[in-house]
Design a protein around this ligand. Structure first.
Ligand code: 16G
Length: 241
């Protein structure tokens, strides 16, 4: 497996070998890897080289280390396409995962100036503020804070937001969600986000902001989502015209 005469660096060969085992399913999420020392002895290479391969795999999200316990195979990341305007519920279902919500709070509040300008309404107009932990197969993926104009989207309840907001807007209200503008940036989890997402404070997260509109340009929602960076990646196909 390791060819010392190859011009390919040894740490890289080991890295590729471990990746292959993960991709073939011979190493599964949650499996512990043999200690660095064992790898080094088995392949007659230095511990430093093994460490370099492990570190690389940790950085790429294939492995994660737990202090004092060892190095484990990480959960596979969920890959989300960026082309379609979909809801969390739809995204999870299309992957064969069960979507879920943990409702943190559901309030009707007067719009602040910022929220009002995002939703093209007046300051103090009524707005639903919905804070949810979004789950996939019961595992927390994201913390999401939605702001929705109560005069536009009428009749939201805790029961509805515990399921799908998009489904309610389209199927019950018969409105058509048409387009959105979204930004994605990297950030680190604050202590509250970390608690909700079951990660340590300071772990990498992706901050996504979405403004969604009806066909005539009326804003439907202003949403901030914080996604676990170790569980999610975004994919886009591009054509050069
Ligand atoms: C997604 C959207 C969010 C939308 C929600 C509706 C992103 C980054 N955000 O989480 O803007 O409010 O879906 O989900 O994708 P629901 O219909 O399952 O409630």
């Amino acid at each position: 497996m390791i060819n010392k005469n190859s011009p390919i660096p040894i740490y890289y060969q080991l890295e590729e070998h471990i990746k292959e085992l993960i991709e073939k399913g011979e190493l599964k999420p949650g499996d512990v890897l043999p200690p660095e020392r064992e790898y080094a002895e088995k392949h007659q290479i230095s511990r430093m080289t093994v460490r370099q391969a492990f570190t690389q795999l940790v950085n790429e999200g294939y492995l994660h280390r737990i202090q004092g316990k060892g190095t484990f195979v990480a959960e596979r990341k969920i890959e989300q396409g960026l082309q379609g305007l979909t809801s969390f519920t739809e995204d999870m279902k299309s992957r064969g995962l069960t979507p879920g919500n943990e409702l943190l709070s559901f309030k009707l509040i007067p719009a602040t100036l910022t929220i009002a300008s995002q939703l093209s309404i007046k300051e103090y107009d009524p707005v639903y503020e919905i804070k949810r932990i979004r789950l996939a197969d019961q595992l927390p993926m994201a913390v999401e804070v939605n702001h929705i104009s109560a005069n536009l989207i009428k009749g939201l309840t805790e029961q509805i937001v515990n399921q799908s907001i998009y489904h309610y807007i389209e199927e019950s209200l018969g409105m058509r969600i048409h387009h959105a503008a979204q930004t994605i940036e990297s950030s680190i989890a604050n202590s509250l986000e970390a608690k909700h997402l079951h990660i340590s404070t300071g772990s990498p997260v992706m901050l996504i902001q979405r403004n969604t509109f009806l066909k005539n340009g009326t804003p439907v929602e202003f949403v901030k989502s914080t996604y676990r960076a170790d569980r999610y990646k975004f994919m886009i196909t591009m054509n050069r015209s």
